[in-house]
Every structure is written in C-alpha cells, then in structure tokens.
Design a binder for this molecule. Sequence first.
Ligand SMILES: [Zn+2]
Length: 431
Amino acid sequence: MGAAASFYHLARLRRRLAWPAPKLEELRRRKLAALLHYCYKRIPYYRELFDRIGARPEDFAGPEDLVRFPLLDKQTLRDRRDEFVDPAADRREWIEYRSSGSTGIPLTLWYTRAERLRMGHTVTRELLFNGLKPWHRLVNVTEPRHAAPKNRWYHRLGLMRERFLSVYDDYGANLAALRALRPHALIGFPSVLLLTGRRMLDDGGPILRPRLLFTLAEVLTGEDRRALAQQWGVEPLDLYGANEVGHIAFQCSRRRGYHLNLDSLHVEVLAGDRPAGPGERGEVVVTSFDLRVMPILRYRVGDVAQWLDEPCDCGCRLPLLGGVAGRSDGFIAGAGGELFSALEIALLLKPVLGIGQYRLVQERPGQVRVEFTAAGRETSPEAEIHRRLAQRLGAATEISLVRLESLPREQSGKIRMVVSSVPSPFRRRDK
Ligand SMILES: [Zn+2]
C-alpha cells in the first residue's frame, strides 16, 4: 500500500467511528460473507468445519450465525497451523510472526505485509481519535521486532514519526533516550512505563510531561493507572489487542470502557455456552473479518470481559466492552476452588509498603507462590504480603514467598501478574 492509499484507508477507517449502527452492520455482513466464501474455498480447517456442520457460506446471514461454528483455541491453532492456510498460496509474500503467547503456548502466525499495515492503521486510528496529531513525536517502548522501520515521504516531512525503544533495554538508557526525544505521546507496557517513570522521578533529571500516554499488552490496574498519571502527569489510555487478531478495542478520553473495533472484528462474550448479558462477565471470543493468510474465526483470545450497555458521548459510536482487566488465565484458585481475579489480588498487594514488582505462581488450587522484589534492601514487606493474601484467599491456602533481585520477563517481554498451571474455569472441554 502506498502513502496515498494509506492515508485514504486511514481517513475511511476514522469516518467509521461515527457510523450509525445499521450502516456498520451492513459492512460487517458484507465482510463476513466474503470471509466465509474464502474460508470455504481455500482453508482446509474451515472447509472441514463447514462439511461437519452441513453448512455452506451462504447459510450464514450475519455474524450472529457464527455460533454454528465451534470455538477455536490456541492449542488447535498451534497443532494444526498448516490447515489454517491456503495450501496453494505463494508463501514468499508472508511475514512470519512467532508469538510466545501470554498463556505460554508458542504460536506461529502468518500475515501479508498489507495485513500488518491494516492492523497498524487500526492502532493509528485509536491514537488519532484520542488526540494524537500527525506532527506529534510518538515513542513506542516495545519488543524490538514490533519496531517497524519506516521511511515514507510523510516521515521525511516530519509527520507520523514513531520512534521505538526496546523493553529489553535498561530503564536508565531508555529514560535518557526519552529525555532527548521529548515525546508528545508515549506507548508502552504498564510495567515498563511504571519502572521508567519511577526512575525519572528518582534521578533528579528533567521530568517529562507527554500529552498522551497509551498502555497495552498487560493488565492496567486502577492502581497502576493512578501511579502512571502521577508520574507522567497524564492519565493513561489503555488499548486492548491480541497478536492473532490485531487490536480489539481502545479506551477513549471518557475511560468508561473500551470501544470495540467492530468494523474489522466480530466480538462475543460467552458465559459458558451462552452469550453473556450486559454486565455479566464472560470469555472474549473474536472473529477477524480482514485476515486471509491465516483466517481466525471464533478464537478464544484468553481474556475475560463484559458488555457495557451504555452509549459513550466521546463521538465514537462503537459499542463498549468493560472489565477487560481480568484475563481468563489470570486467576488464583483457593483451596475450596473459589476464584480470585489477578486484578483483585493486584489491588490487594499494591498498598503493601516496600513491595516492588511481583507475580503469583500457582501450580495447583489452594497453593500460591509470590515472587517479588522489594523497593529497598532494608524493607521487609513479607509479613504484610502474607497477611493480606491469607486474609483474602483463606487460611487453608498455602502461601510461600520468594524474594528476588529482579523478576525475569517472559519471552514476550511482558511481566505477568499471575502464572497459573491450573486450568481456566472459562475453558470448556471441547469434544
Ligand atoms: Zn468513548
């Protein structure tokens, strides 16, 4: 896609935010029909599904009919990945992306350059809608492989310049780079921005005040949000996505929930076998209308959320998703099987004085190991961590504490709050 086509596409994407529901629905139906015909003709996995349920693409009137298909999980996408692509396709144009996945299942995904670019446009739309201007300096602290070097004509004019820093670099080095770049807008993982922000306030150097702060990839708790706002002088806007399908939803300035990118995706929230009602928590299942190299239909992204049944007055008419912070693999199971969300535990531990970063590791219900760093050598948050967890999780839960110098990042560069090998309660056993 050339620069002119990119700008045209982006302008078109932005107009869709204000579309009335029937117009959006029209587009979604059209996109779904094209997707289903493609999958039926070209993709072995889906062809087999159509045959198994005895349906043809034209039997699906709209996205609501997708429930006829079984859910797709990460394991299937990994084990049968070659059935998700057109066997006759020319693979030379493909970009391969290896995702370590926050659930620990490594995954190979394929896209074309155009598909990646379109995913990028969806993110750019989220940034522009929230006040990013084309002449702003934007810095993205991310995994190095996400750093797409760009040198298009509008970059040479100083427009839409995005600089990349690596999450694997030292916070001090990144901070020095940020001070030199003086970004108008900053994007990063909450944990990385928090650590960088703390360094900025502690080292006596210049304090940066970006106009916009965007977070993504990790759970953004209320506590993190407040801490980030204090450090950077602006409240973060959280963006929600998954490598398999691209950006799913984004917060607007009202921050009531996340506007869903329903022009490129169909999103379901399932409470067990049935759709969750407004305000009811359920598993997020996503279908991408736009992906063709590796089409993704009814995919369990591994998150939990709920519908917010209220309009937003920000100017965007896309529906809102709420409570995205509770990831479905982010639960701690008590001795009696009762569940506690990662968010809940985070809120519980955040006020503990002297605790640095931490994560909860659970190998079986009723047991939890807290790996943590302390803010200073002389501080001893152990007793307080133990007391708070025992009070919430119950006396029958076995709690052990491991103090570390630093928490290792996952392969994806993220730090997860909860690492659990206990099967998620939101996963049904598929036959
Ligand atoms: Zn809004």
